[in-house]
Every structure is written in C-alpha cells, then in structure tokens.
Design a protein around this ligand. Structure first.
Ligand SMILES: C[S@@+](CC[C@H](N)C(=O)[O-])C[C@H]1O[C@@H](n2cnc3c(N)ncnc32)[C@H](O)[C@@H]1O
Length: 271
C-alpha cells in the first residue's frame, strides 16, 4: 500500500540493486571491467566498501522496520515529491536518522523530558517521532512539507508495534517548517539536516520570535551525515540571536547508518 504513495523506483535505496543490474545489462561484463580499470584499485575498493556499508545499513533499517511493523527506510529525493510552499529546491532528500544514532544523540536531550515537546522539522516518514516516543517526551510533532511522506508517517504511527505508547501522543503537520508556528511549550527542536543554508535565517527568526512571545526553554539538535553542511549551519546559528552552542561533535559510525552523523547542539533563551 505504501509503495503506491512513494514508488520503489523513486527510492534510491530500494532501487540500488536494480540500478546495478541495469548497468551490467547495458554495459556488459566488459563495461564493468572497463569501469573497474578506470577507477583503479583504490577507487574500486572504496566503491565496494561504500556499497557494503549501504547494504548493511539498508538491511538493518529494514530489520528495524519489520520488527516494529513500519516503513521508515530509504532515500527519496525531494524532486520526486509534491511539497507545500516555495522551498522544494532547498530541501534535502528524505533519509531517516538511524536508531543507533538517535539513541546516541538522546544524551543531549533534557533529563526532564515530560516537561518538553519533541518537534522534528522535516520529519520524513516519522522514524524519530517513534523513537522519541520511548523517551518520555510529553508529545512529539513532526513537520513535513511532502504530503506523501506525511501520509506514510501517519500510517507508521498507526501501525507501530514497538515500545512506548505513541498513539495519541504524536502529531504530523503537513507544512513548510519555516512557516510553522512552534508550540508554546518547552521544546526540543530536531533538525536532521532538512534544508539548505538559505532557509535558516527565516527558521531562526521564527524561533527567536516564538521565544520572545513566550519565554521558555528551547534546545536545538542539528544533525546529519553532511558534516560540512552541518558545521556551516552551526556557524549561522551561533551568529544569530539568542542561540548558544552547548555541544558539537560526531557520533560513532554505527552499522545502521551509511555515514557517521555530525551534530551541533544549541540552547535558545531570551535575555
Ligand atoms: C534528511 S530528511 C530528515 C528526516 C528526519 N528528520 C530524520 O532525521 O529521520 C529531511 C526531510 O526534511 C524534509 N524537508 C525539507 N525541507 C523542508 C521544509 N522546508 N519544510 C518541511 N520539511 C522539509 C524533506 O522532505 C525530508 O523528508
């Protein structure tokens, strides 16, 4: 049923094998040897290693999904999705944070989580909402600008069979994150590298304005596999308004992720 919402061929991870077979069919074994020759030993070894890493990550992601009755894996380019608002070209593809990486990052979540709402800006298929549901947050909200991903996220919440009583505690909002009005609660704002640098000034101005209207505690968790982009975004956050960096670093290279995730953690407060 979910394959009707997002076609398998639009998912770069599900279509990895068919793309490889298509290459061999088209180029033949000779073409394969030519490619290996031009890439050299080091290039070929790096390719094989990268492929093995992706295969393990995809396998473990699917295993997690099966164990919890959901579909949160894959990589779907934004250009294949219909989105609300004018910011499609700035959006990064939908790829879920791995369960191990999320568990690692939870050390930066506040201790008194029942006093906080967890909000994932660009929640894709909603995996982090399900994971946060086990961690004692009062409520979890996912904001996603692609309607088909919102539908999948809602289906996942309805079907989720894992720990944590998530039904009734998670909302999925179909909106552009930069237009979304933040809940007036203490917040953990989770950004799994949703969009490019261009949108951050608007996003940060919204957070600052929301904080000014209702002073409260807001922690920002910014993370992703593109460490250069995360560091650059981190610099923009540090240089603007009420944001103070409290930690930065790189999570370990867990088997269920394709690359280690860099993270930058901020607190926002007025006055
Ligand atoms: C890299 S994925 C992160 C998924 C999820 N946060 C996680 O870490 O598991 C980025 C997601 O942000 C969404 N996105 C990109 N730009 C957005 C925007 N302006 N508003 C809302 N969602 C956006 C994309 O559609 C995609 O699903």
């Amino acid at each position: 049923m979910q394959q009707a919402i997002v076609n398998v061929s639009q998912d770069r991870w599900s279509s990895r094998r068919s793309r490889a077979l298509r290459f061999i069919r088209k180029q033949g074994v000779g073409g394969l040897f030519e490619t290996v020759k031009s890439a050299g030993v080091v290039g070929t070894a790096a390719f094989v290693l990268r492929h093995a890493r992706y295969s393990i990550c995809i396998f473990l992601g699917k295993r997690w999904d099966r164990a919890h009755g959901v579909d949160t894996g894959g990589q779907i380019e934004v250009e294949n999705l219909e989105v609300v608002g004018p910011n499609a070209s700035m959006g990064y593809p939908a790829v879920s944070t791995s369960p191990s990486t999320f568990a690692y990052l939870s050390r930066f979540f506040p201790q008194n989580r029942s006093e906080y709402e967890f909000v994932d800006l660009g929640c894709a298929k909603g995996r982090t909402l399900l994971l946060a549901g086990r961690m004692g947050f009062r409520h979890m909200t996912g904001v996603e600008f692609a309607g088909s991903l919102c539908t999948i996220a809602r289906e996942n919440i309805a079907r989720y069979s894992g720990a944590g009583d998530v039904r009734g505690r998670i909302s999925v909002v179909h909106a552009d994150a930069t237009q979304y009005e933040l809940p007036q609660e203490n917040l953990v704002l989770y950004f799994g590298n949703p969009f490019g640098l261009e949108l951050w000034p608007t996003m940060l101005a919204n957070i600052a304005e929301s904080l000014r209207k209702k002073p409260r505690r807001i922690r920002i968790v910014l993370t992703g596999s593109l460490d250069g982009a995360i560091r650059e975004t981190g610099r923009v956050i540090t240089g603007s308004g009420p944001f103070v960096r409290v930690a930065a670093g790189t999570a370990p290279f867990f088997l269920d992720t394709y690359r280690p995730f860099h993270y930058e953690i901020f607190d926002a407060s007025v006055g």
